[in-house]
Design a protein around this ligand. Structure first.
Ligand SMILES: O=C[C@H](O)[C@H](O)COP(=O)(O)O
Length: 152
């Protein structure tokens, strides 16, 4: 079964969010893309509202992952990480994107439209979709320690 992925961001990330959403919708590894906004560059909804809504969809089981875009990728990550059970990272290079899943089992990838080129962002997302955390890896106990701190 394919992935269900939430996409979202503020108006500073709108153009990338739309481009990356189109890529995900065309990706046969993805079953469903759920857009939680914003709806345009004139939509001033704050990034924390979008990012926490996206995180709640993942934590609630409606989606497997989320891809969040703001100006820097920082605010959406900080916000999504406030949702219990969410591990959100900002990553703009291939190694960090790979390790975000393989080491950290992060469900949320955040990027900044003002930071990374669009073609690199598209390549990173394509790679990200194919990654899978190995619960038998040596990284699993470290992720468990994050969950334990959170009270799980
Ligand atoms: O992290 C925040 C984002 O970059 C956001 O898109 C822009 O926030 P600002 O308008 O507060 O700089």
């Amino acid at each position: 079964m394919g992935l269900k992925i939430v996409v979202g961001g503020d108006n500073a990330g709108f153009n990338y969010k739309e481009a990356l959403k189109a890529d995900l919708e065309a990706d046969e590894r993805v079953d469903e893309v759920i857009d939680v906004g914003v709806t345009g560059t004139d939509d001033d909804t704050y990034y924390p509202n979008v990012a926490t809504a996206a995180g709640e969809k993942v934590s609630g089981g409606e989606a497997d992952r989320a891809l969040l875009i703001c100006g820097t990728g920082l605010g959406v990550a900080i916000s999504a990480n406030k949702v219990k059970g969410i591990r959100a990272v900002t990553a703009h290079d291939i190694y960090s994107v790979q390790r975000s899943v393989l080491s950290n089992n992060a469900q949320v990838l955040c990027m900044g439209e003002r930071v990374v080129g669009l073609e690199l962002a598209r390549t990173l997302v394509k790679e990200w979709v194919g990654l899978e955390f190995d619960p038998n890896s040596s990284s699993a106990a470290k992720v468990d320690a994050i969950c334990a701190y959170e009270g799980d």
